[in-house]
Design a protein around this ligand. Structure first.
Ligand code: COS
Length: 384
């Protein structure tokens, strides 16, 4: 495997980095305090092709590979994890899922607008009583005439109150667990569909998180994504992409934590010397560097598997597990390097630390990733 970047990948890296330095980094703290970032940012990112990186050009995407997608997430994640989360959900969980499972009509209807940023998507899987146990959802889908009626509640939905279209997972046959699940593309303006912003989060304050309420939402047969009974597979295959996005974004967070720590260690004087000259500070910086490099290589490895068109579940779980934990370790270490100032919101590490805490929770906890890897190693499922 050759992980050197192609000319095209280098160009996209430079272009996203410049965009992030000009349009995201200077405002990220303000957005964090305000609890939102401007919707216009997504139009601009759509115009530049950042919202549809791996989507074919015929559907409005940039038609690039999965390493390019990881590069975009890393650079945006370096700048701000709230914006990266919005982007990950849009591109990995929604667009790629429609691309893989949608009919031609569904792809034509949704993908161009999602890639351009005219439309925002969300992924409605998690419920108050079903998070890790995704096969146990209780939102119901009942046949009605030549369509379906959906009823239930979803929680912790990124882009939840912003979304124009929601992929909603529902149970068509109570008691049948994952075998009866189906996925639907639901226009969020449909009668009976409402959403409410969730507040009080530790981090990612600028990213939209919502609850979805479906009260007898009537959708046509054409809203069905895939077939009845394929809902769980659709959700799991979507998470193979979503977890890759989270892992890539966390490489950016881990790199940012390292960069601000190196800079601070060279500037901060203690005992008449820059603290960078102390062995224990260098020990922390070196450990952070190893974490960043290892996380990036695991992400590129998973991206390489995806580029070959192979099933990526295990390499993605490995990359997600390592990169999210690495981001947490590095953000924590950055606070340590900054000493008391690291505990203040006037310096970078505090926000990095809060923002990356969720990464080992959402889209499958670290424990779930370990159980997926453990099942692959042993052939024994710990969650049955
Ligand atoms: N891609 C496609 N199909 C998949 C798949 C994948 N990555 N993973 C599983 N499937 C299929 C299986 O092949 C199986 O199909 P058959 O019934 O035809 O054999 C079916 O889905 C059931 O799979 P499995 O036996 O793995 O289901 P489990 O209920 O045991 O899955 C885990 C358990 C824990 C792996 C799963 O529920 C999970 O990942 N939970 C975490 C959910 C999550 O990340 N939630 C976060 C919020 S979403 S943002």
């Amino acid at each position: 495997m050759d992980f050197s970047l192609s000319e095209e990948q280098r160009m996209i890296k430079d272009s996203v980095r410049k965009f992030a330095q000009e349009r995201i980094i200077p405002y990220a703290h303000q957005w964090d305090h305000e609890g939102k970032f401007p919707r216009e940012l997504l139009y601009k990112m759509g115009e530049l092709g950042y919202l549809g990186v791996p989507i074919p050009e015929e559907y409005g995407g940039a038609g690039l590979d999965y390493i390019s997608e990881a590069i975009v997430f890393e650079e945006v994640g370096y700048a701000d994890s709230s914006v990266r989360t919005t982007l990950s959900v849009q591109m990995s969980l929604v667009e790629l899922t429609i691309l893989k499972w949608g009919t031609e009509a569904q792809k034509q209807k949704y993908l161009p607008n999602l890639c351009s940023g005219q439309s925002i998507g969300c992924f409605g899987l998690t419920e108050p009583n079903a998070g890790s146990d995704a096969g146990n959802i209780s939102t119901s889908a009942k046949r009605s005439g030549d369509g379906w009626v959906l009823s239930g509640q979803k929680v912790w939905i990124s882009n939840g109150t912003w979304a124009d279209v929601a992929i909603v997972f529902a149970q068509t046959e109570p008691g049948s667990k994952h075998r009866g699940m189906a996925a639907f593309l639901v226009d969020t303006k449909t009668s009976g569909f409402t959403s409410r912003k969730m507040t009080g989060k530790l981090g990612l304050k600028a990213s939209d998180t919502g609850e979805l309420f479906l009260d007898n939402v009537q959708v046509p047969e054409s809203a069905l994504l895939g077939k009845v009974g394929e809902g769980f597979k659709i959700a799991m295959s979507a998470l193979d992409n979503g977890r890759y996005g989270v892992a890539s974004g966390c490489v950016g967070t881990a790199q940012r934590a390292l960069d601000v720590s190196v800079r601070y260690a060279k500037e901060r004087i203690a005992f008449d010397k820059p603290i960078a000259s102390f062995q224990m500070v260098q020990d922390m910086l070196a450990q952070m560097k190893v974490d960043v490099e290892a996380a990036r290589l695991l992400v590129y490895n998973a991206g390489w598997v995806k580029n070959q068109g192979l099933v990526s579940t295990i390499p993605v779980s490995i990359a997600k597990l390592f990169a999210t934990e690495a981001a947490k370790r590095n953000a924590d270490m950055a606070i340590q390097v900054h000493g008391g100032y690291g505990y203040s919101d006037e310096y970078e590490p505090e926000k990095l630390w809060r923002d990356c805490r969720v990464a080992s929770l959402y889209e499958g906890t670290s424990q779930i990733q370990k159980l997926i890897i453990g099942r692959d190693l042993t052939g024994i499922a710990a969650f049955e």
